[in-house]
Design a protein around this ligand. Structure first.
Ligand SMILES: C=CC1=C(C)c2cc3[nH]c(cc4nc(cc5[nH]c(cc1n2)c(C)c5CCC(=O)O)C(CCC(=O)O)=C4C)c(C)c3C=C
Ligand SMILES: [Fe+2]
Ligand SMILES: [Fe+2]
Length: 319
């Protein structure tokens, strides 16, 4: 025996988990992705006998084609923005913390979080930390990641939501300031968060309060008054009432009332994705322009060094 080499299994293993995205911007790949995503009872909590026929006979046949065309509009040479940016963030975190093994995975689609966790458990890794890339808790997102962890790596540590972490709040506020310096400051700032059904909020999902806290803390860091900003929700799905007010209606209403320039920031999304790049940057911006105004979407933190540093610090605190 010569020199001793510490086994890789001895390092803390940190898994960043994002929602997931299709493997290709095609109807077939989108269908496969939506089937897995929308079959999750945490996401759609209707009785299976009622939901699965609707999903398979109505939603998937009608939605896969049109949604694949939306993905096509934002697809990059490296792949889906959500996958590319999540991998970039994981790489940045790995550079920052060479003492950790860092990987990126998805709740739905690839790379599959369950497969990564099973491989780590099989390799004898003792210290596994899972960081869901959702700043705010929702049963529809974080509880679903927890389900997979409970099933395949029950000894792993799931790091709590970071919506109140000062370093993260500072990083988002700084990104808004930087956008203002580069492009000028809009007359109004919208904090746009992905929606959930109002019914889940009424039943106690803490998501709305965590969004409100984060938006108010970021606004405070920017010295904004209550007239300067509005919290809105986007990406409504299905027919039941979702959280209000809606991002697009609010942006158009503000424009019609005379606001000429609107900035939109999305502190519920760790990285840019279909919902920020297509729904907001393409869709909402066009509606605002048609109403005679201008909306600018501020990029997510993505692989920014301050983002990786804030998350590293948060993971450390919850070891
Ligand atoms: C009942 C349906 C849905 C709930 C509840 C929901 C909650 C939720 N979603 C995110 C983050 C993202 N969602 C994204 C896409 C997306 N979301 C839904 C449905 C629900 N989301 C669908 C059907 C889709 C796919 C696109 C479409 O068919 O319209 C994405 C982007 C994925 C990408 O590939 O870029 C993100 C991110 C959160 C944070 C959340 C609850 C808090
Ligand atoms: Fe969603
Ligand atoms: Fe959407």
């Amino acid at each position: 025996m010569n020199s001793y080499i510490a086994p890789a299994a001895g390092k803390p293993h940190v898994l960043l988990v994002n929602l997931g995205t299709p493997d290709a911007p095609t109807p077939t790949a989108v269908r496969r992705y939506l089937r897995q995503f929308l079959s999750d009872e945490r996401v759609v909590d209707l009785p299976r006998w009622k939901w699965l026929p609707i999903l398979n006979l109505v939603i998937l046949p009608l939605r896969s084609g049109p949604v694949s065309r939306k993905y096509r509009e934002i697809w990059t040479a490296q792949g889906s923005p959500l996958a590319v940016e999540t991998a970039a963030l994981a790489a940045r975190l790995g550079e920052l913390r060479p003492d950790w093994e860092v990987a990126a995975a998805m709740r739905y689609g690839n790379p599959d979080m369950a497969a990564t966790l099973r491989a780590w458990v099989a390799a004898g890794v003792k210290d596994v930390r899972v960081l869901p890339l959702y700043p705010q808790y929702s049963i529809t997102t974080v509880a679903s990641v927890q389900d997979v962890v409970d099933a395949v790596a029950p000894g792993a540590n799931v790091v709590p939501p970071y919506f109140a972490h000062p370093a993260w709040l500072d990083a988002v506020a700084d990104s808004i300031r930087r956008s203002w310096e580069q492009h000028g400051r809009g007359e109004h700032l919208l904090f746009s968060f992905h929606g959930i059904p109002q019914r889940l909020a009424d039943a106690g999902d803490p998501y709305p309060e965590q969004n409100a806290f984060a938006a108010a803390e970021i606004a405070r860091r920017l010295g904004l008054t209550l007239e300067d900003w509005t919290l809105t929700h986007q990406s409504r799905f299905g027919r039941e009432p979702w959280l209000l007010p809606d991002t697009q209606s609010t942006a158009v209403q503000l424009t019609l009332e005379g606001t000429r320039t609107i900035d939109i920031v999305t502190p519920g999304f760790a990285v840019d994705c279909l919902e920020t790049l297509e729904e907001l940057q393409i869709g909402v911006a066009a509606k605002v322009q048609a109403a005679g105004g201008r909306a600018r979407v501020i990029p997510c933190l993505n692989g920014a060094p301050e983002h990786a540093a804030a998350l590293a610090n948060w993971v450390d605190r919850h070891a």
